[in-house]
Ligand binder design. Structure first.
Ligand SMILES: *Cc1c(COP(=O)(O)O)cnc(C)c1O
Length: 384
């Protein structure tokens, strides 16, 4: 279907039709897996595909589907979320400076500090909730903001429109890691962002069975530049994984609805539990933060964190859970729980973790699609 015809569909319909209409030969409704590296061409003329690092029909279909959801100028798919973030930073030059949300995904911090600093790209971890603090960290070399909202794991809210304006006033670009919300809840390009980055491993694919990353670009120029450097560096998504991602995307909207409604019930339950000291969830944030979130997002998502009254109990709590699995990662149909202090955020120095509120009693819960009563009973038993 030509893009212009489907542009005004609702997101639910666009998601359900991911990959539909891509098979010109047989009209297969499910995009075929084009498990090929190279493409036969007649004589000296090249066809639309040449070599699969450059482009592959299955990957192309998945890119189109993701691009439509965020209403971008073009999307690219990578072998993981970290490969996507790495490609994004590759658009910079030696001497450039990057601002990153201080409690961003630990891996984002790691590539900047351990890898890109060696190539002369500097970075600062900043409290992006506070525009004044962001202003203090901008230098004449700042070219990119990488912002997560809600952030990981404390679900803190940064103001996307203000950050886009600030970045552009300083000749910098704004990239939003939209992994937690996805396009069905938050559409950063419409709020002024230049790139949307995803760990598609999480909600977009949704089944804890495929690693993938994505970048959606605002302009064709950004897309062309990124496409060229991705073809050169080669961290692209394979056709099988692209197909799994397409399959997952079809149910993104209903998965998000169910996961979010479960998460809201759990947040409410935990906020009244005597063995819980604090719950982090955008719906339970203070008034101003909740209002800020609702100006830029259409729901609260399905990630929440909480602090145990008795931090030393964390391993026992995890042990007693049966429906909720102790495992890193998030966004899939199965509920998963992690201990950020020792797992996802262990790359951050101890002092920084403490300062950010990533304390030993903090647990992060990715709520799945199980029956709410089973989830509540499981938590109730584990916290007793
Ligand atoms: C998981 C995650 C990443 C990294 O993605 P991978 O697919 O694991 O490489 C980046 N950002 C956020 C917010 C994530 O949750």
């Amino acid at each position: 279907m030509p893009a212009h015809e489907s542009r005004n569909w609702h997101l639910e319909s666009l998601a359900a039709h991911s990959g539909v209409g891509q098979d010109r030969l047989y009209g297969a409704v499910s995009t075929p897996i084009y498990q090929t590296v190279t493409y036969q061409h007649p004589g000296t003329e090249l066809g639309p595909y040449d070599y699969s690092r450059t482009e592959n029909p299955t990957r192309h279909a998945a890119q189109e589907a993701i691009n439509r959801l965020d209403n971008g100028a073009g999307a690219l798919l990578y072998s993981s979320g970290m490969a996507a973030l790495t490609a994004l930073v590759h658009t910079l030059q030696q001497g450039d400076h990057v601002l990153i949300t201080e409690d961003a995904y630990g891996g984002t911090y790691r590539i900047m500090v351990d890898i890109f600093s060696k190539f002369g790209i500097a970075s600062s971890m900043v409290n992006t909730r506070d525009i004044d603090q962001v202003k203090q960290h901008i230098t004449s070399k700042t070219r990119l903001f990488i912002v997560e909202t809600p952030s990981n794991p404390l679900l803190r809210i940064s103001p996307l429109e203000e950050l886009a304006e600030l970045a552009h006033a300083h000749h910098a670009e704004l990239a939003v890691d939209n992994t937690f919300m996805t396009a069905v809840r938050q559409r950063p390009l419409e709020l002024g962002a230049d790139y949307v980055v995803y760990s598609a491993t999480k909600y977009l694919a949704g089944h804890n069975d495929v690693l993938a990353g994505a970048i959606v670009c605002k302009t064709p120029e950004q897309y062309d530049k990124l496409n060229e450097l991705t073809n050169a560096t080669g961290s692209v998504l394979g056709p099988w994984d692209a197909w799994l991602l397409l399959r997952g995307l079809k149910t993104l909207a209903i998965r998000m609805d169910r996961q979010e409604s479960n998460a809201r019930r759990i947040a409410e339950f935990l906020s009244h539990h005597q063995n819980i000291r604090h719950v982090y969830y955008p719906e339970l944030a203070d008034h101003d933060m909740r209002e800020r979130h609702l100006r830029q997002a259409s729901g609260y998502g399905a990630m929440l964190s909480f602090v145990l009254t008795h931090p030393e109990e964390y391993a026992a709590v995890m042990d007693r859970l049966q429906v909720i699995l102790p495992a890193v990662s998030l966004g899939g149909v199965e509920s998963l729980i992690t201990h950020p202090y020792n797992e996802t955020h262990r790359e951050l120095p101890e002092s920084m973790r403490r300062q950010l509120g990533i304390v030993p009693g903090l647990m992060r819960l990715s709520v799945g699609i199980e029956h709410i009563d089973d989830l509540l009973t499981d938590l109730d038993n584990a916290l007793r």
